[in-house]
Design a protein around this ligand. Structure first.
Ligand code: GLN
Length: 491
């Protein structure tokens, strides 16, 4: 049996029933990674065989001792390289962090280990999670397993590529403006950003703290629910983490969506959207309707403001968060400086790539005394208006359905020359981060080049169960999520 084509829950079930051992699962992942990594560069750091097998053996011992672990115990996984892992290099895909190996684990990494997770390595990404293609990595671009000449999306591109290529059964990425959902869409896998505050950010290296949120990328919505059940919940080490009822998402998946009210915002289906993407997302709406949902067109009259507001707020927070990287506290330090200012200057000049510098400059500008009111304050007002527009929509609807991105994955190199165009492609994903809402990307078709298309389900705050429920119902009816790049088909 080809273990690599199973979902995380299927593999977890076989492990629990004793049909596959955690060591066999780890071995299958290591073999697959050995073949795929040179092609898609999905990982920045891979743990060596011994380190992976030791974790698997530890899970075996716990299972043998009768410990009740999770449905995902023994299932190998990867973490985006901005999630701190004790003793394992965590680079944010930036030169400036050098060989930095954190002295502590992110809360999420700790919870997954407690639940029997087996870490394979750290996944490639855009530098400091800034980007939509995973091309700005200091470690070279990750590539899309469906077409190695195309990008896997970003910034969690390595995470989506690794799952699509069958190197791991699930991965955790971070999403500040779409970085889980958009790469999931480009790579034909399922990804979810939960409500802001539901997953502790302790140990996630900050990009824009008020927008950052971690979440799963996996084959199916059920797998995403299983991961979220393990990592959600209050953490006293993150002051913004919510004390809300979390968990039990997996057991809530019934497949029954009769009477669910789904709004299709007309503002998300207009100019700029590729015809094939539009048709596939509308066809997904048809599938939900066939299963009993009530789907109708609605308005979301804020779309033209979301990208400018996002890039002002995200850059402002980034400029402040990234001031800690100065060559003194962490990672890498430039050589040949004359004094302290020279050390800062040279380290930051050589340590950050062009996209990160662009954001730091933009953020410093919008926060400067003369422009604060005109840009930053204005953007915060727009953010409040965006939140109100969603509140209004959710008075009538349980969920909204939109595209994830205006197009499928572009070719490598196509986007870097025109940052503004790349920013605009984030239009459907960034408003959820500004409003703090949960969103999921699910595979819903392929374009004429054979590249995957994703549809986005959006829920009200803490509406994870509804979002996952609708995605699960969709996946019971369709098999897009079961498709794998050539040669890796699930049976
Ligand atoms: N593409 C967006 C940006 O570059 C979103 C990135 C993210 O979600 N981390 O900021």
């Amino acid at each position: 049996m080809e273990l690599c084509t199973l979902t995380a829950l299927e593999l977890g079930g076989m492990i629990r029933r004793g049909e596959v051992s955690p060591r066999e699962a780890a071995r299958a992942a290591l073999d697959r990674m050995a073949g795929e990594q040179p092609r898609n560069n999905a990982f920045i750091t891979t743990l060596d065989e011994k380190a992976v097998l030791e974790q698997a053996e530890a899970v075996e011992r716990r299972l043998a001792a009768g410990e009740a672990l999770s449905p995902l115990a023994g299932v190998p996984m990867g973490l985006k390289d901005n999630i701190c892992t004790r003793g394992v290099k965590t680079s944010c895909a930036s030169r400036i962090l050098g060989e930095f190996a954190p002295p502590y684990d992110a809360t999420l990494a700790e919870r997954l280990r407690d639940a029997g997770g087996v870490l394979l390595g750290k996944l490639n990404m855009d530098e400091f999670a800034m980007g939509s293609t995973s091309e700005t990595s200091w470690y070279g671009p990750a590539r899309n397993p469906w077409d190695l000449e195309r990008v896997p999306g970003g910034s969690s591109g390595g995470a989506a590529a690794a799952v699509a290529a069958g190197e791991c059964w699930y991965a955790v990425g971070s999403d500040t403006g779409g970085s889980i959902r958009q790469p999931a869409s480009y790579c034909g896998v399922t990804g979810m950003k939960p409500t802001y505050g539901t997953v502790s950010r302790y140990g996630l290296i900050a990009y824009a703290s008020s927008l950052d949120q971690m979440g799963p990328i996996a084959r199916s919505a059920a797998d995403c629910a299983a991961v979220l059940d393990l990592v959600m919940g209050r953490d006293r080490r993150d002051g913004t983490s919510l004390d809300a009822p979390c968990g039990r998402l997996l057991e809530g998946l019934t497949g029954d969506i009769r009477g669910l009210r789904v709004g299709l915002p007309a503002d998300c289906f207009g100019e700029g959207l590729e015809g094939e993407v539009r048709d596939a997302v509308l066809a997904a709406a048809g599938v939900l309707r066939e299963r009993g949902a009530v789907v109708e067109e609605c308005a979301l009259p804020i779309m033209k403001y979301v990208v400018p507001a996002y890039y002002i707020i995200a850059s402002a927070e980034a400029s402040s968060n990234l001031s800690r990287f100065d060559g003194v506290k962490y990672g890498w330090r430039a050589e040949g400086y004359e004094d302290l200012t020279g050390l800062y200057n040279k380290t930051r000049t050589e340590g950050f790539g062009p996209e990160v510098k662009r954001r730091i400059l933009l953020g410093t500008f919008v926060l400067s005394a003369g422009y604060y009111d005109a840009y930053y304050k204005k953007a915060l007002q727009v953010k409040a208006a965006i939140k109100r527009a969603y509140d209004t929509a959710f008075e009538r609807y349980d969920l909204l359905l939109t595209p994830v991105a205006p197009s499928t994955a572009p070719r490598l190199g196509e986007s870097l020359g025109d940052p503004l165009k790349m920013y605009l492609s984030d239009i459907y994903t960034v408003p959820l981060n500004l409003a703090g809402l949960p969103g999921l990307s699910m595979p819903c078709g392929f374009d004429s080049k054979g590249m995957p298309i994703g549809a986005q389900l959006i829920g009200p705050a803490l509406g994870e169960a509804k979002v996952l429920g609708a995605a699960h119902a969709f996946q019971l009816e369709t098999d897009y999520h079961k498709k794998a790049p050539a040669g890796k088909e699930a049976e």
